[in-house]
Design a protein around this ligand. Structure first.
Ligand code: HEC
Length: 142
């Protein structure tokens, strides 16, 4: 009995981890064919390539605001609340920020960067102000 429980737990755990790694891709759209992917496809590739959202990683809050932004500015129709929830769940599950948070490297520290070959006096002044925490407003032209 204990053994069976282990198998059941291991099975569920495998399913949970599979959400990110081993989901097959749809050859037409490149979308991960996870739960409800067809609902997302049906609503999200009419106006732009699926790459518009497949190359993004975002939290639930950010996916929600992207959808709302598109409803206000991009002509996306009003979605049934249950459908919207399904779409956001899919995006957050398969295109959410990775658990390790290592999708993007942090910016390279300025001290390790080469000198800016396009530096002008004005830009240097703005960068110096920024470093001091001041607004990078330029001084009046001389
Ligand atoms: C009615 C048309 C339409 C539909 C349907 C649509 N979008 Fe968009 N979407 C747009 C427009 C317009 C833009 C802005 C494109 C641009 O700026 O080049 C956009 C941009 C985006 C962006 C990029 C936002 C950014 O960071 O610049 C994402 C992500 C996105 N859509 C996701 C989705 C998802 C997910 C769905 C499905 C719910 C969807 N779209 C359905 C019109 C649509």
């Amino acid at each position: 009995m204990r053994f069976l429980c282990f198998i059941a737990v291991a099975g569920v755990a495998r399913f949970a981890f599979a959400a990110d790694a081993k989901v097959p891709l749809d050859p037409m759209t490149g979308m991960k064919m996870g739960a409800d992917w067809e609902t997302v496809r049906n609503h999200c590739i009419a106006c732009h390539s699926p790459q518009t959202f497949l190359r993004q990683r975002a939290t639930e809050a950010n996916w929600t605001s992207t959808l709302e932004w598109m409803q206000t500015n991009g002509g996306l129709w009003k979605l049934d609340p249950a459908v919207q929830k399904t779409i956001i769940k899919y995006l957050t599950t398969y295109y959410g920020p990775s658990a390790s948070g290592t999708d993007r490297r942090p910016p390279i520290p300025a001290t390790l960067m080469p000198l800016n070959p396009y530096a002008t006096e004005a830009r240097l002044e703005a960068e110096a102000k920024k470093k001091e925490g001041l607004p990078p407003r330029l001084s009046a032209p001389r």
